[in-house]
Design a binder for this molecule. Structure first.
Ligand code: BES
Ligand code: ZN
Ligand code: ZN
Length: 464
C-alpha cells in the first residue's frame, strides 16, 4: 500500500471524520439516520453510492484521529476499493500516518495464503505538499520502524534465535550504515559475562551480544545508549513456566527488537545524535547443562548473584550488557527496554510501560515524550525498603526479591545495583512486559507485537 501526499481528490473513496454533532448537519443525514450511525468513536459508515467512508471521532485530538484512521483502514482493506483519500493538515499528519501504517499492519509470514486486499493506494490530500513533506516523511519512518520491531517480535523462536537475531542486526547495520560489533560465546567468556552466559547455557543456540552504533555526519548533540533484553525464548529454565504462561514467550525479545527499531528510525531521520544499541540475545532453556536455582554467578561487574529463580533471567542478561555498555560508551543517557516482569502488568495494566530510575527530571521528560508519541507510560517509584528485599545470605545480591510484592520495582532495583555511580541520574529502565505484546486489539495495535518503545524514544530523541 502506497501512501502519497496529493493536492486533489482522485481516489475511489474519500474518508471523512465526523463527530456526533456533525451527523445532524450532514448532507446525507437521512441515510445516516437510517443506518443508525451516531459517529461514536471509531465507528464506520460506508456510503458506497457516494464513494464516501464516514468515521466517527469524539473530537479532533490526535489520539482519537489515530484510532479512527486505524478503523478506516481496516474497513477499506476488507472492501474492494483500490484507492482512498484523507484530508490532512499539519496537526493531524502524524496521527493519520500512524493510524494507516500501524492500524493497517498485518503479520502474514506463517500463512500459506496471505490475505489479499484490493487497496493499493492511500492519498493524503493537502493544500501545500512542500509544507507538509517533512512531517509526512518523519511520521512514515517512525511508523515503519515500529512495524519492523513488530515483525521481529512476531517471528517464532525457530526463526529468530540469538544467532539469527545477530544476523538481522548485521543486515540492518549494512542497510543503514551503522557500525556493528557482535560477541559470540568465546568473546563473552573473555569479557567475563558470567551472568549472561549462564542463562544461555542450556540452549542449542550461542548467546550473542550485539552492538550497533549510529554516528551522525555533524557533531553529535548527545550520546544515547540503548540496551535491550533479547530473550528469543523464555521457557523459565529449570524454574519452568507453567504451560499457559510459556505461550507468547517469543515476545521476550521485544526490548531488543525495540532498540533495533529505534536505531533504525534515528539513522533514517538522520538526527544529530549518536545512538548505541546494545542487545543481549539469549535463549533460556532447560537441560542437563542448565543453570540452576542455588547457583552463584559472577557477573561482568564482579558482583556475585545468587540465583533463586531461573525465570528471573532477563535481569541477569541485562546487567552484563549494561556493564559492558557503560564501559564502552560514555553516554549522556542510558535507557534499557525489557519485558522484565509480570508484576509490571499487575501494577499498571497491560497497556502501560513502567518507567523506573533515580532522576525524577528524566522520568518526567520521558513521560512528556511518551504522551506526545501516543504511548502510555507510568512511573514506579524506587525506595530503600524494597531494595533490602534483594539481600542474599551467600552472595552480593539475589536475583529475586524475598517478598511477593513490588516485583517490577525490585527488578528495576536489581538493575540499579549495576549502574555506575556517575550514571545513576542518566539511566532509566522501561519495563514493557505488558505494552510490547497483545492478544487482543487495542488502540492502533493488532494481534502480536506492538512496537512499544519505538515511537516514545524517537519522539524523545527528536526533541533533544
Ligand atoms: N519474561 C518474563 C516476564 C514476562 C511475563 C514478560 C509475562 C511478559 C509477560 C520474565 O523473565 C519473568 O519470567 N519474570 C518473572 C520474575 C519472577 C520469577 C521474579 C515473573 O514476572 O514472574
Ligand atoms: Zn523469565
Ligand atoms: Zn524473560
Amino acid at each position: 500500500m502506497k501512501i502519497e501526499l496529493v493536492t486533489q481528490i482522485k481516489s475511489d473513496v474519500h474518508v471523512e471524520f465526523m463527530t456526533k454533532k456533525d451527523v445532524a448537519k450532514h448532507q446525507f443525514k437521512k441515510i445516516l439516520n437510517k443506518a443508525n450511525f451516531e459517529a461514536a468513536q471509531d465507528s464506520v459508515c460506508f456510503l458506497y453510492d457516494q464513494d464516501l467512508l464516514l468515521v466517527g471521532t469524539e473530537d479532533q485530538s490526535p489520539e482519537n484521529i489515530r484510532t479512527a484512521t486505524a478503523s478506516a483502514i481496516k474497513t477499506l482493506k476488507a472492501s474492494n476499493v483500490k484507492s482512498a483519500s484523507f484530508n490532512v493538515e499539519k496537526e493531524c499528519m502524524k496521527a493519520i500516518v500512524e493510524g494507516l501504517i500501524l492500524g493497517g499492519y498485518e503479520f502474514n509470514r506463517y500463512k500459506s495464503e496471505p490475505k489479499k486486499t484490493a487497496l493499493k493506494r492511500v492519498d493524503l490530500v493537502c493544500k501545500d505538499i512542500k509544507a507538509l513533506m517533512k512531517d509526512f516523511e518523519e511520521a512514515v519512518i517512525i511508523a515503519e520502524a515500529t512495524c519492523f520491531t513488530r515483525d521481529i517480535v512476531n517471528t517464532i523462536p525457530e526463526d529468530i534465535h540469538p544467532e539469527t537475531l545477530a544476523e538481522l542486526a548485521r543486515n540492518l547495520a549494512k542497510e543503514n550504515t551503522l557500525e556493528c560489533t557482535i560477541l559470540g560465546e568465546k568473546a563473552l567468556k573473555k569479557e567475563k559475562c558470567g551472568a549472561m552466559l549462564a542463562v544461555g547455557r542450556a540452549s542449542r543456540h550461542e548467546s550473542q551480544l550485539i552492538h550497533l552504533a549510529y554516528k551522525p555526519k555533524k557533531k553529535a548533540k548527545k550520546v544515547i545508549t540503548l540496551v535491550g533484553k533479547g530473550l528469543t525464548y523464555d521457557s523459565g529454565g529449570l524454574s519452568l513456566k507453567p504451560g499457559t504462561s510459556m505461550v507468547t514467550m517469543k515476545m521476550d525479545k521485544a526490548g531488543a527488537c525495540a532498540v533495533l527499531g529505534i536505531i533504525k528510525a534515528i539513522s533514517e531521520l538522520k538526527l544529530d545524535v549518536e545512538v548505541h544499541a546494545f542487545v543481549g540475545a539469549v535463549e533460556n532453556m532447560i537441560g542437563g547443562d542448565a543453570y540452576k536455582p542455588d547457583d552463584v554467578l559472577v557477573s561482568r561487574s564482579g558482583k556475585t548473584i545468587e540465583v533463586r529463580n531461573t525465570d528471573a533471567e532477563g535481569r541477569l542478561v541485562l546487567v552484563d550488557v549494561l556493564d559492558y555498555a557503560q564501559e564502552k560508551v560514555k553516554a549522556d543517557y542510558i535507557f534499557d527496554f525489557a519485558t522484565l516482569t509480570g508484576a509490571c502488568m499487575v501494577a499498571l495494566g497491560q497497556y502501560t510501560t513502567g518507567v523506573m530510575g533515580n532522576s525524577h527530571e528524566l522520568k518526567h521528560k520521558l513521560y512528556e515524550a511518551a504522551n506526545n508519541s501516543g504511548e502510555l507510560i507510568g512511573t514506579l517509584p524506587f525506595n530503600k525498603h524494597l531494595k533490602k528485599q534483594l539481600k542474599s545470605e551467600i552472595a552480593d545480591i539475589c536475583n529475586i526479591s524475598n517478598k511477593p510484592y513490588g516485583g517490577a520495582i525490585t527488578a528495576g532495583l536489581f538493575l540499579d545495583n549495576f549502574i555506575k555511580e556517575e550514571n545513576k541520574e542518566k539511566w532509566l529502565h522501561f519495563d514493557i512486559a505488558g505494552s510490547a505484546y497483545t492478544e487482543s486489539p487495542w488502540d492502533v495495535h493488532t494481534y502480536g507485537g506492538t512496537g512499544a518503545g519505538v515511537r516514545m524514544m524517537s519522539e524523545f530523541i527528536k526533541s533533544l
